[in-house]
Design a protein around this ligand. Sequence first.
Ligand SMILES: [Zn+2]
Length: 221
Amino acid sequence: MTDDGLTPGLATARAGVGSVVAREYRHRECGGLTRIEGYAFLVLANPFSCVTPTWCRECRRFAPLDELEWADTGEDLASYRDRLLVAAPFGRRCLLAFSGVLAGALAGLVVGLPLGLLAWDASWWPWARDFVNVFFVMTGGIVGGERAFTLFRPWRARWLFHLLGVIAGCSVGWLTWMNLYWAPAGVAAPVALAFCGGWMGASFTAPLMKLAWGSDYRGER
Ligand SMILES: [Zn+2]
């Protein structure tokens, strides 16, 4: 991966690091300004992170991103994030969107290995494994759905992709459980932690991208 080719405009984003520490957005309904900085700014400005409705300081409530606009450019936050997402080539978009999930899953697997050795002959496993499938299917579905929506949200067919992501994630969870059914608890424990890690890792996409590639969107206009 080339240093300057990760995302278009990344050079500008990098040049802006350190100088752009905060930005203001305006709520179109009330006209109130809210200043965002620090970790929340890192996540909001990164188009690969999952962002839910964002706080308006004036109304003291959360407002959808398309009702908020950057005070300096007037572009609404939803369009801004979609524009930056579409600017990245498809393959790279997939890689970046799933980087947090993969890193989290790997970390969970590594952390789970010693735990697996301790739990190798767990006596509860033969009856517990009948219920563990709920955890695998649910986690897979949540992660698959959320990431698919993040990847495809600029497109009209985003709900279809969201649904496909949920189905794909549930299938991965179900297949994993089927394959672990006759395995000892020691094998199942690290895999379960990998699922937990993947779930949590999705939330750390923006800081991971900054850490691994120096990709910081806070300077992007
Ligand atoms: Zn408001």
